[in-house]
Ligand binder design. Structure first.
Ligand code: SF4
Ligand SMILES: [Zn+2]
Ligand SMILES: [Zn+2]
Length: 334
């Protein structure tokens, strides 16, 4: 890399997509512009949204916090809150929590921490221990995923957020698409929308502004901006079936750059034929916890019951005081 394609500054990196060489300053701008375009492409935000950012203190959510904080400055009606979920993973989450508190204080943004212990009465460690003794043990991430999802929705309702932003990146998105294919799960394959969908009134729409940014780009952005983040992996991470898909896709991306983008592009094309519907009437309110469910007893209560735990989480009112505004109000010039 002898010279850049952007200016006279020292070369920093070669962008795989455009094959151009950028200096540090213009690489940062390139990534921020891609995030802005993604937000517009999928109509992710309104000018007056209250964004509840799922913030774990890891690299992805730290970079997203940094970028959303910067973009938000141009929209004074927009609010940003950080939502941290404490699953109860000893020796791992405790350290992340300290960091998230320090960083949110620095940015001066509201920060809510919700723990599994508080809302489900048990920690993830306790659940995993109990689960391992069962004949057909679920993977730690399958259990954690479903519990985190509800906990994040609960945290977002607590701060009256109108959108939940998570830092899932292009790698995660391509993995999810392929995982659903491998499992033959057509429902999940179709439902994986990048547009914010409010399926039920109590479920706050989710957005993933990094679905067009790769993991290496996020790492490089964090390095370029010297961001502080927690870099130790979760001790349960290696049990996930997702890891097989991740390894396969990393190898493919190495051999054929654009593999990840092609998978998401293809899913975008196919998704046009399966439009998602907002504001459905919930078929059931769980008899045990009161949350919306497709069954009389929701999957979380079923899971905790099967493992011998109780689920004390109850719905709260008002559930979502921020009805979505019209399309004309989108972040066109984000
Ligand atoms: S790696 Fe799996 S178990 Fe660990 S926090 Fe993430 S989803 Fe939960
Ligand atoms: Zn430059
Ligand atoms: Zn329930």
């Amino acid at each position: 890399m002898s010279q850049t394609n952007c200016c006279q500054n020292i070369p920093f990196t070669r962008d795989i997509q455009s094959k151009k060489v950028y200096c540090k300053k213009h690489f940062i701008e390139l990534i921020e512009n891609r995030v802005r375009k993604t937000i517009n492409q999928y109509n992710m935000l309104n000018k007056d949204d209250h964004i509840g950012l799922g913030y774990s203190g890891g690299k992805d959510s730290t970079v997203l916090l940094n970028i959303l904080f910067k973009l938000k400055k141009r929209f004074p009606q927009c609010t940003l809150s950080a939502l941290t979920i404490d699953e109860g993973i000893k020796g791992y989450r405790d350290e992340c929590l300290e960091l998230t508190q320090k960083i949110t204080k620095k940015y001066q943004i509201p920060h809510v921490i919700i723990s599994f212990k508080n809302i489900y009465g048990v920690t993830l460690d306790q659940i995993i221990e109990e689960n391992l003794s069962k004949e057909y043990a679920l993977s730690a991430c399958s259990i954690c995923g479903i519990l985190r999802r509800r906990a994040l929705n609960y945290a977002a309702r607590k701060v009256n957020a109108s959108k939940i932003a998570t830092a899932h990146n292009l790698d995660d998105e391509a993995q999810s698409i392929l995982l659903n294919l491998v499992r033959g799960d057509s429902n999940k394959f179709i439902r994986l929308s990048r547009f914010p969908i409010q399926k039920f009134q109590t479920l706050i729409p989710r957005i993933r502004p990094f679905v067009r940014i790769t993991e290496p780009e996020i790492v490089l952005y964090a390095y370029a901006k010297d961001l502080e983040y927690h870099s130790y992996p979760c001790p349960y991470a290696f049990s996930a079936m997702r890891n097989h898909i991740r390894t396969f896709l990393s190898e493919m991306e190495e051999k054929r750059p654009s593999t990840l983008r092609n998978i998401v592009n293809l899913h975008d094309s196919v998704s046009q034929y399966f439009p998602q519907v907002d504001n459905l009437e919930p078929p059931f309110l769980c008899q045990k916890c009161g949350e919306v469910s497709t069954h009389e007893i929701c999957p979380i209560c079923q899971l905790l019951d099967n493992l011998g735990f109780k689920n004390p989480l109850k719905s709260e009112e008002p559930l979502n005081p921020h009805p979505q505004s019209g399309i004309s109000d989108r972040f066109r010039s984000f």
